[in-house]
Write a protein that binds this ligand. Structure first.
Ligand code: ADQ
Length: 474
């Protein structure tokens, strides 16, 4: 489009906020920037549960040239769509946790029906001149449903979490339906090359598709673009946060409680994919293998509760608290507590201060789409005296952040060794590694990510980039 940019329509489970007043996550920052610049519509779940559910009245909030429009879920939709299929089936499965993924027909049915309902409610609000960008594992079927409602414009999808190999995904009873439905999108974006390859492998091995090797695949006459678009953060904004009074106050507090000891920090939603248990074991191993750290280093894990209604999350909380208690019981002295766990949230300014006070940041998920904490930690550092990032080989961020200390989070010896290396690293080496990492984090920001995806989507011919049927209905 030359005279007027197309209106951007974003769909994600949760909507907003539009400005980063210190609360927005990385996703919101990237999208809000694009929405502010081009105006548009942001559609999703209100976060509320009502008897009308997806039939509830639209709630609209206008901020500048953006309309934020939401609908409710009812109790059955909340359980089946959100807690059930999205968080008990898809989240563990896509994080390679076949051992804890649960599948049931009822939540599969409700998930599809919620996708269909969201499409039905969005459809009257959009037309073929709009560019629609759908986000994440809550809405795999939404694009196909929108096409069935008659939407013929450009339709993109970005997955924020990993995409597991076909050998794992095929355990999902409806995996073929799900991937075929995804093919209704014109551009499908993943965090990393590994995720992209896994998706393409599914299309080739399971659906008999063809990989053209140029970023496009064809399945049953339908051609779609499949690419990696690694998400970034607002690096300048986050670096500025680290210098605000609120950040400085938190930095000072953390330094005060550390009493000159080295502070090691972990910051994650309390989720089993984040490897918090394994990280604590790694810290315990550090105290065993390198006893000079006893009384000289301490570990702070900030882990706000998430999805605590689900059993797996409640169990994890108990396990984390128990393990931290064991380590403290075993090693603490009257004037030193080795591990501190905090399950509260912080503002992003406060977090920036905590990162800055930490000599080492442990980002050691067992599997993660990207992991923005790794990038935030780098952005928040004092460039004259930066800390060291220890990063799991299974985090998406590993593809970009090669100068971090890369570890296998399943090996406590490996984790302990990396912690020790980070704690004893010379200033010269810390400066060199940090400078390289900083360049990457500032060079691929949330705004770059957003622009790259939207450019790719605008380059595609909408809906019918093939001689085949543009709608692949499951
Ligand atoms: P998440 O699984 O939520 O995101 P992550 O990328 O680390 O994981 O983002 C977490 C965000 O929450 C960060 O911005 C962090 O600052 C913030 N946060 C964490 N603890 C906090 C606390 N105590 N108080 C306040 N804020 C806190 C999913 C995928 C990731 C992917 C992102 C974005 O699982 O792999 O990187 O989406 O695409």
């Amino acid at each position: 489009m030359t005279d007027r940019q197309k209106r951007l329509v974003v769909v994600s489970n949760r909507v907003g906020p539009l400005s980063d007043e210190g609360k927005a996550g990385g996703l919101a920052v990237g999208l809000a920037d694009a929405l502010r610049r081009r105006g548009g519509l942001w559609f999703g779940w209100s976060g509320e549960v009502s008897t009308q559910g997806t039939f509830s009245e639209l709630k609209t909030e206008i901020v500048g040239s953006t309309a934020m429009v939401t609908i409710d879920l009812n109790e059955e939709e909340l359980q089946g769509f959100y807690f059930g299929y999205a968080n008990k089936s898809l989240w563990p499965l896509l994080h390679y946790r076949l051992d804890i993924a649960q599948f049931d027909r009822q939540s599969d049915r409700i998930y599809r029906s919620v996708n269909q309902r969201f499409a039905a409610r969005l459809s009257p609000q959009i037309d073929g001149n709009d560019i629609v960008w759908v986000h994440d594992y809550h809405f795999f079927y939404l694009g196909s449903e929108l096409r069935q409602c008659g939407f013929g414009g450009r339709l993109g999808f970005f997955l924020h979490i990993p995409f597991c190999p076909p050998e794992i995904l095929t355990a999902l009873p409806s995996s073929h339906d799900l991937v075929r439905a995804m093919l209704a999108y014109d551009v499908i974006g993943f965090q990393t090359e590994v995720d992209r390859r896994n998706f393409v492998a599914f299309c080739v091995q399971e659906l008999g598709g063809e990989d053209f090797g140029d970023g496009r695949i064809r399945v049953r006459g339908r051609t779609v673009r499949v690419s990696a678009f690694p998400i970034g953060i607002d690096a300048e904004g986050f670096a500025d946060f680290a210098l605000t009074p609120e950040a400085v106050e938190h930095e000072d507090m953390v330094r005060d409680i550390a009493h000159g000891r080295h502070q090691i920090v972990g910051v994650d939603r309390l989720d089993y994919s984040k490897g918090i248990i394994e990280r604590l074991r790694g810290f315990e191993q550090l105290l065993e293998d390198y006893p000079e750290n006893r009384g000289a280093s301490q570990f702070l894990q900030v882990a706000p509760l998430s999805r605590s209604e689900l059993d797996a999350y409640a169990e994890l909380r108990n396990e984390v608290e128990q393990l931290a208690g064991n380590i403290n019981g075993r090693f603490a002295t009257l004037d030193w507590t080795p591990v501190q766990i905090m399950t509260r949230g912080f503002t992003r300014r406060a977090l920036a201060g905590i990162y800055r006070a930490a000599r080492v940041c442990m980002v050691t998920p067992l599997r993660d789409g990207m992991n923005l904490v790794a990038k935030e930690y780098i952005a928040a550092q004092d460039v004259r005296d930066p800390g060291v990032l220890v990063l799991s080989r299974f985090a998406g961020a590993r593809e970009e952040l090669a100068e971090a200390l890369i570890v296998n989070p399943y090996s406590s010896e490996d984790v302990a060794r990396a912690m020790q290396r980070a704690l004893t690293m010379s200033l010269a080496e810390r400066l060199e590694r940090h400078a390289a990492l900083r360049k990457t984090v500032f060079g691929n920001t949330a705004a770059h990510w957003c622009a790259a995806f939207l450019n790719a989507l605008e380059d595609e011919a909408p809906g019918a980039s093939s001689e085949g049927d543009p709608v692949i209905a499951p």
